[in-house]
Design a protein around this ligand. Sequence first.
Ligand code: GLA
Length: 413
Amino acid sequence: MRTSAIVAGLSALVGAAGTPSVGIVAQMFRDSSRGSALARHVLKDERRAAPPVLDNRVARTPPMGWNSWNHFGCDVSAQLIRETADAMVASGLRDAGYQYVVIDDCWQVARDARGRLIADSARFPGGMKPLADYVHSRGLKFGLYTDAGRRTCQGRPGTYGSEEVDARTFAEWGVDYVKEDWCNAEGLEAPLQYAKFRDALARSGRPIVFSICEWGSANPWEWGPGTGNLWRTTTDIEDHWTSMLANLDISGQHAAAARPGAWNDPDMLEIGNGGMTDDEYRAHFSLWAIMAAPLIAGNDVRTESRATRDILTNREVIAVDQDSLGVQGTLVEERSPELQVWMKPLADGSRAVVLLNRSALQTVIAASWWRLRLAGAAHVRDLWSHTDLGTFSDHFSATVPAHGAVMVRVTPP
Ligand code: GLA
């Protein structure tokens, strides 16, 4: 797995360069003991035709926002959404780039005589349109959840057979983002089913981010780029270190599929939900940013701690995630399986680098210029302490806390 992750990373890098740089890649591996096999993989991979990307003009950088599921589950209401939108403004989340306020499962109860979805009237008095208007009035965008099957994961009405009416209804309500889940979809073909809703959304005439949520079960990295703006690569994240790393390891293998408008989705953030230490949450945020993953917060923004806010609004880390080159970073080096270097090339020629310590002991991790495709002196800036660390040649190393990460930006002169 790890070797394949490194290979996927290198092929993404080759893709990032724009033209196939066969010579450079071959040179990189000439002296490596594992080199020839890796190089063959890379060369094979880089010739693979890139799938076409959905051209719906949204999500040119990974979507940022908030979703109700990770913290609130089914306990959603108009009041919660209004208060969350207010808190996103007051806490600076909106100004840091978090745009979409997404209600996950459990908002819907039935369909009316015309087949239109009906929101739970006790929890959403007045329905979704006034709520979307409120979210928009706060300078934010509005998102909803549905399911490709007949029922959602929590047994609410799904979109199967109602694709056209649901897309039209969502557009009328002012929905800007739709997440479509995959429960109760036995026997359906994911690429066809999601394409149906993609086309219905396009016919609605409203630009809507389309989030595919079939948990990586039908290789969505192969057809997702032509179908949605993001596609889940994994099962649901849980609020602990091993779950977060498991999703990293899976999503990290599909970097070659990501590009502007089309992103691998290792699931929403757990930062602030209480199951990890702040070091672990900083690593979670660093890794999602280096993977160009959607940054969808999943905490209670109304009561968030200073530490949580500081993590979620770290603009230097967010800038890595949102970089216009749109390349997903990858694993490029590991001394042991627990000590890793992840790298993402950026539009200005610099590299974002995460030194990841998966072990339970604080330790030093080094990133070599060779693995970062750098030569000579380069400036290094720490993206968590917000300090310039100086000029380094050949490699950069730092002490990394147990279950933690150091994140730097390395800029050649
Ligand atoms: C699935 C999805 C989750 C969430 C729940 C809601 O498990 O993967 O992200 O939407 O359904 O029921």
